[in-house]
Design a protein around this ligand. Structure first.
Ligand code: A2P
Length: 284
């Protein structure tokens, strides 16, 4: 017979009712510039995703003036953490009059956000045919899905070389990406997970357009002039060797798409893998 013991006050788990539907708790917030921040939150136990995918996240909207009812205010955000991470990470712009980010930028550890656990997206390995070299082309917060993919061992196992380019207006906007690349190269856990040999395949090519830095110019112009290939000591892009994932603002995505097509690359999808894939970075 099992002994029945009364549950004392100290043993009883406090029943905390989440205030939001699909609530996750914020665990860490970092402000990178007055326009950029990143945060981490708890991950639902049931959430499975492929590195590079996005989910809908947000906060409860203001009450409707007529009915008083509140609706969730959600936007698509790339998951910046890799699929093996216990927590989720997001990288966001701050828009002072943006419906969501004007409020989201003020979140603190312990606060709750809404997260719809239905990951989707095209920036996944499954949407590309096998190749020798993988290019990640990002502008601004478009770095986020690559922060996930760069911490995924498969990225290095599938290719001989992995090149990430990141174009921002100012030097400070490169910091989130630069810190991440640095952590991949120096963090013992990441080195062990990805493998030192695999990490030797990684090349990082940051550029700025409106503030002086070591490399200036839009990546598209640097590709057209051939400068990026000369700097990295690699052959120009071909459909035989190269695969690409693109994430940035709309104008950038369209320009680089045209450029990649001019090299003979074709756009892929989950259902029909090809040479390159594109996704729009979140803008509020
Ligand atoms: P630029 O300063 O020349 O506009 P944003 O902050 O506006 O999203 O831009 C992020 C970065 O993307 C900036 O460095 C910007 O350069 C660059 N960019 C914007 N549009 C394009 C484009 N069509 N092609 C290449 N780079 C672009």
């Amino acid at each position: 017979m099992t002994e029945q013991r009364p549950v004392t006050q100290a043993q009883a788990k406090p029943v905390t009712q989440p205030a939001l539907p699909d609530a996750q708790t914020v665990t860490q917030v970092k402000h990178w510039t007055d326009r950029l921040f990143s945060f981490r939150c708890t991950r639902p136990a049931s959430l499975r995703f492929r590195s590079g995918e996005f989910v809908m996240i947000g906060l409860m909207g203001d009450p409707d003036p007529k009915t008083g009812k509140q609706k969730p205010l959600l936007r698509a955000y790339s998951i910046a953490s890799p699929s093996w991470d216990d927590e989720l990470e997001f990288y966001s712009i701050k828009v002072q009059d943006g419906p969501l980010t004007s409020r989201l930028q003020h979140i603190q550890p312990g606060d709750e956000i809404i997260l719809r656990p239905k990951p989707v997206g095209t920036l996944v390995h499954d949407a590309l045919l096998p190749g020798k070299r993988l290019w990640f082309f990002a502008t601004g917060t478009g770095f986020a899905p690559f922060a996930s993919l760069l911490r995924d061992p498969q990225t290095y196992e599938d290719y001989d070389e992995v090149i990430i380019t990141h174009t921002c207006r100012e030097v400070g906007e490169l910091t989130y990406g630069a810190d991440l690349i640095d952590s991949i190269r120096t963090d013992e856990m990441l080195i062990e997970l990805i493998g030192a040999e695999n990490l030797a395949k990684l090349r990082y090519y940051p550029t700025t357009t409106r503030e002086e830095s070591a490399k200036m110019g839009r990546i598209t112009d640097l590709m057209r002039s051939g400068e990026v290939y000369r700097d990295l000591g690699v052959e120009p892009i071909t459909p035989e060797n190269d695969r690409a994932m693109v994430c940035g603002n709309l104008a950038f995505n369209l320009d680089i798409k045209a450029l990649l097509e001019s090299y003979g690359l074709e756009e892929g999808a989950n259902s029909a893998p090809r040479h390159y894939v594109v996704e729009k970075a979140f803008l509020d």
